[in-house]
Ligand binder design. Sequence first.
Ligand code: 8OZ
Length: 356
Amino acid sequence: MSDTLFSPGRLGRIEIANRIIMAPLTRNRAFELVPTDLMVEYYRQRASAGLIVTEGTQISPMGQGYAWTPGIHTPEQVKGWRKITEAVHAAGGKIVAQLWHVGRISHPSLLNGAQPVAPSAISAEAKTFDGKGFVETVEPRALRENEIPGIMADYAHAARCADEAGFDGVEIHAANGYLIDQFLRDTANTRTDDYGGTIANRVRFLREVLAAVTGAIGADRTGIRLSPWSNANNVGIDSDTPALFAAVAEALNAHDLAFVHVVEGQTGGPRDWPAGGIEAFRAALKAPYIANNGYTRDTAVSAVATGAAYAVAFGKAFIANPDLPARLKADAPLNPPRQALFYGGGAEGYTDYPTL
Ligand code: 8OZ
């Protein structure tokens, strides 16, 4: 195989110009929860990525967990996203919408006073941002079994909205301790019905999301992001991660998905922990594999050259380098990201990073 990080390729139905993927990045600049013209400019600047995965976009009002994150469930939001997909396509890029439900990682102040929902009434004791500052997440309300079909309908509706907005596909956010990850793990899911207990039952919610989204827009335009070994948002490490994620791999392999995108190791922390964990999961997967978490130019080049990954996603490097593929190709220096400007605010630290 002679694939390199710079080779064109294909993720399901999506043709990509290179293997350099823009990771989903929460930026909290959609003050009315609708994509803005500034966001159009931000994504347009980054259209040379092989594929852009948008920031997490809530599938419903109850799916929101932070201030000023855009949704993908109303006509106004579809209209706003359409400007973004048109700008990215006009610049030769590809873009998928990340479909997000945060579950318990939220706060009543973001939900019109409602209590966040989750598989079980267990507090994450994590933090969220409510627009004024960081606040402790609250104890969620356990979803009734008869509410789950409505959430699946929300996933299908959001996928159809993404299609209508002109996206090339979607990425299901099943990582980092949000709703789907909460159902998967016995640390957050203590249900005694068909959605809890055995591994097969805890994977059921994910299987139903996969069916809803692939049924709405097709498996070859559906990808997914997972973080099997991560404790992001205090989700906890499952008592049997290898067995749980073997069952997850089987659920994914039941569809011809466009890609599986994995946060390796700890989100924002060590990637190679525990040794061999990610390799076993990757080996069980049928779909093209996108690796993520702290890759450098050298490790990304090597991951694609050795076949360890089909493509590699970069987060912070894409925040600070709109022309990241050109810089990696030329082995040019990278702009450093300005972390204080990641969340909220305007153009500063968002659309003002220089190209080469
Ligand atoms: C950073 C800040 C807020 C949300 C994730 C969607 O961790 C996020 C997120 C990241 O997946």
